[in-house]
Design a protein around this ligand. Structure first.
Ligand code: IPM
Ligand code: MG
Length: 357
């Protein structure tokens, strides 16, 4: 029996609702599949923890997480704690502390869902966004001076390193090579940002030489938004900086039907540290506690986590069950339906139990 240890950090907002739904579905999978077990430990970190202790996680938080096979994360943020504190205190502290330099964001239109784009057929939109996840615009470099005076200044410096850009490009080219179309789009803004982004382009061109089979092109980020909407089928694998990919992945999720379904993995491809998997949607205070959060993002996220752990059959079974439910029309309000988190979760568990996949 293969056993994996999972650190669950449900954290804030709808995080606890969707993570417990996800754990229930994972439990159903291990019962059905046999072959592997998950040992789950929950960590009560996040904004409530911050209000009690003054930090989002304990000082030895990373040490506690380090032995786990993977981290299953909900969402961070609270209406009464500044976002940069919640974010830097937990999620980014884990991404950067564990050098999870790849953020992987697959997007496609699940069965039974539709794109808001009029002519977009399900097969026209099947993308993977590779987001640089440790540097760029999220380096946290900069400062404030002369606070409160008219000459007050703030700087926010983007950092691009040869090592950082090379490794994300290599990952993206490799991924593109493994996908059937072998198509990669490198997103840039080198017309306006003439240092970091020109460097980014140069390294893309260098790395491309290692992957002669990959057909690649370059898109300015602004033009990229137009292409995603006007010609979705012309895209496949996409690589972009931390901030550009942050923005494009929200657009991608919306074009695929809802932010509520989109998953992500913060991955250390070298496996020196545990990788962390989370739905893309945030804390969503407007619907917190109402029992209507879409758990599909957390389920797809669980599938990404299982893929990382090497449980390919379980991934198939889970996604098959998820799509049986999305196809059946049982949808939460973000998808235009009336179903609750509970109903969708039970339906996916039932689909797993009755599955012949
Ligand atoms: C995401 C989110 C985060 C980000 C927020 C919560 C800071 O939008 O994962 O896309 O910008 O990285
Ligand atoms: Mg985002």
């Amino acid at each position: 029996m293969r056993e994996y240890s999972i650190a669950a950090i449900p954290a804030d907002g709808i995080g606890p609702e969707v993570i417990s739904a996800g754990l229930e579905v994972l439990e159903a999978l291990t019962q059905k599949a046999g072959g592997f077990q998950l040992k789950v430990e929950k960590f009560p970190w996040g904004s409530d923890y911050y209000k009690k202790h003054g930090t989002m996680m304990p000082a030895n938080g990373l040490e506690l997480l380090r032995p786990f096979s993977a981290i299953y994360f909900g969402a961070v943020g609270a209406p009464d704690v500044p976002d940069h504190i919640t974010l830097w205190g937990l999620r980014l502290a884990i991404c950067q502390g564990f050098d999870q330099y790849v953020n992987l964001r697959p997007t496609r239109i699940l069965e039974g869902l539709s794109s808001p784009l009029r002519d977009c057929k399900p097969n026209d939109l099947d993308w993977v966004i590779v987001r640089e996840n440790t540097e760029g615009e999220y380096s946290g470099q900069g400062g404030r001076a002369h606070r409160g005076f008219p000459e007050e200044v703030a700087t926010e410096t983007s950092i691009f390193t040869r090592r950082g850009v090379t490794r994300i490009m290599r990952f993206a080219f490799q991924l593109a090579q493994q996908r059937p179309r072998k198509l990669l789009t490198v997103v840039t803004k080198s017309n306006a940002q003439r240092h970091g982004m020109v460097f980014w382009d140069e390294i893309a061109a260098e790395v491309s030489k290692e992957f002669p089979e990959v057909i690649w092109d370059k898109m300015l980020v602004d033009a990229m938004t137009t292409r995603m909407v006007a010609k979705p089928a012309s895209l496949d694998t996409i690589v972009a900086t931390n901030l550009h990919a942050d923005i494009l992945s929200d657009l991608a999720a919306a074009l695929a039907g809802s932010l509520g379904i989109a998953p992500t993995g913060n991955i250390d491809p070298e496996r020196r540290f545990p990788s962390m998997f989370e739905p893309i949607h945030g804390a969503a205070f407007d619907i917190t506690g109402k029992g209507i959060a879409n758990p599909i993002g957390a389920f797809w996220t669980a599938a990404m986590m299982l893929a990382h752990l090497g449980e390919k059959d379980a991934v198939q079974r889970l996604m098959h069950a998820v799509e049986r439910v999305t196809a059946s029309g049982l949808h939460t309000p973000d998808l235009g339906g009336k179903a609750t988190t509970r109903e969708v979760t039970s339906a996916v568990c039932d689909a797993i139990h009755s599955s012949n996949v």
